[in-house]
Design a binder for this molecule. Structure first.
Ligand SMILES: NC(=O)c1ccc[n+]([C@@H]2O[C@H](COP(=O)([O-])OP(=O)(O)OC[C@H]3O[C@@H](n4cnc5c(N)ncnc54)[C@H](O)[C@@H]3O)[C@@H](O)[C@H]2O)c1
Length: 366
């Protein structure tokens, strides 16, 4: 649905969490017609009241539990540390609310499964914010692959690598009880999501992964750009992870997710793929990543080199995520059942398998 054409009763939404992610949701709801933000929750009191004023939100709470006591909420966004995704989403779904959760779905696939079951039981939407697959350059490449422009992809590599990008040393991100894991869970889940999306959602057969914690435990590689919450936890997760993934049909995918390592200064978010009739390379540098990366298609025509660089528009990130969620909610019961969090659960199962593979130092079948 084109939001400009929206007519009907306003959807009443609440946002839990007011860090970077929660603020993306607030901005996106504010920019969407037919939406009333009726509540916001977060523990940074000054920021909470400033965001309440900016977005003219009638209710502000320090605790998410109080927000869920409100009457007449239709939907909430969950943008809090990952250990709270499942309890908040399940409580909201059981109250009949639709939920847009931040990634990763949860700390583990078991927690994620409980969320999906709650969505199915309640007959409500559980959607997850995978904003990077909505990048314009990724969508351009997706169209080229879908139209057969590269033939059959047989090898791909997808990476998000930072030089000093630990999301604040000592924050909840670096405590596995609160986050579920380091960069594999945090940014690897985005990389995995856009890679599988680009490759047409092939089934994952097995993973062989490694994780390393070389810089974080020595107080290196931290960035103050991340996390609104105070820092007091030890560094107990990995700072670099890699996984070799076998896909149904014979293709393989290599994933790299690093918060910190001795590499070039610019962060890079990338994807490269080799297919039977062409290859592609996408590189988006910077922190945050450039809105449009460099995309090159390598191919030939009648035996001659026919490489080219297609144009892409900047993606709309969380705005697109939120608009899609609103469309699904407005779409009614007929569509809700197709949005029960299963896709995010699939990602959680693969990430779980990666951590198990790294722990046991062997390939793990899915
Ligand atoms: N999609 C993306 O690109 C993206 C980017 C960053 C973070 N995230 C995800 O968003 C989530 C939040 O990350 P962040 O970087 O914004 O974290 P953050 O640490 O900056 O903010 C966390 C927020 O949660 C609030 N919170 C914690 N406990 C609460 C409680 N009991 N009641 C109410 N509020 C509570 C805090 O007050 C804070 O406002 C994480 O799941 C993260 O993985 C997604």
């Amino acid at each position: 649905m084109n939001p400009d054409q929206f007519q009907g009763p306003a959807l009443r939404v609440g946002v839990v969490g007011i860090g970077w992610a929660g603020q993306q949701h607030l901005n996106a709801y504010s920019n969407s017609p037919g939406v009333e933000i009726v509540a916001v929750a977060g523990m940074e009191e000054e920021l909470l009241h400033s965001l309440q004023a900016t977005h003219a939100i009638p209710n502000a709470f320090l605790r998410w539990e109080d927000m869920l006591e409100l009457e007449d909420l239709d939907a909430i966004s969950v943008a809090v540390p990952t250990f709270l995704h499942a309890p908040i989403a399940i409580a909201a779904l059981e109250r009949g609310l639709h939920v847009l959760s931040e990634k990763p779905l949860a700390r583990t696939a078991d927690e994620g499964r409980a969320m999906v079951e709650a969505a199915r039981g309640a007959g409500r939407v559980l959607d997850v914010a995978f904003n990077h697959r909505r990048r314009g350059d990724i969508q351009t490449l997706k169209s080229i692959i879908d139209e057969g422009g590269l033939g059959r992809p047989y090898y791909a590599k997808a990476s998000w690598l930072r030089r000093t990008g630990i999301p604040r040393l000592g924050s909840w991100f670096t405590n596995p009880e609160l986050s579920g894991g380091g960069p594999m869970a945090d940014i690897g889940v985005h990389v995995l999501d856009y890679a599988l999306h680009l490759l047409g959602e092939p089934k994952v057969l097995s993973v062989s992964a490694t994780v390393h914690a070389e810089l974080g435990p020595r107080g290196r590689g931290g960035s103050a750009r991340f996390s609104a919450m105070s820092s007091e936890h030890a560094f107990e997760v990995e700072d670099f992870a890699s996984a070799f993934i076998r896909l149904e049909g014979g293709a393989t995918l290599l994933i790299e997710a690093g918060w910190a390592s001795y590499r070039e200064k610019d962060d890079v978010l990338g994807f490269m793929v080799y297919g039977t009739d062409g290859g592609a390379e996408l590189v988006a540098k910077g922190s945050p990543s450039a809105p449009v990366g460099q995309l090159t298609i390598f191919t030939d025509k009648d035996g001659e080199n026919a490489d080219y660089s297609p144009e892409s528009q900047p993606g709309r990130g969380h705005q697109a995520v939120v608009e899609d969620f609103l469309d699904i909610v407005r779409g009614g019961e007929a569509v809700w059942g197709h949005h029960d969090g299963s896709l995010a659960l699939n990602r959680a199962e693969i990430i779980d398998a990666c951590y198990r593979s790294a722990r046991e130092a062997k390939e793990v079948q899915l």
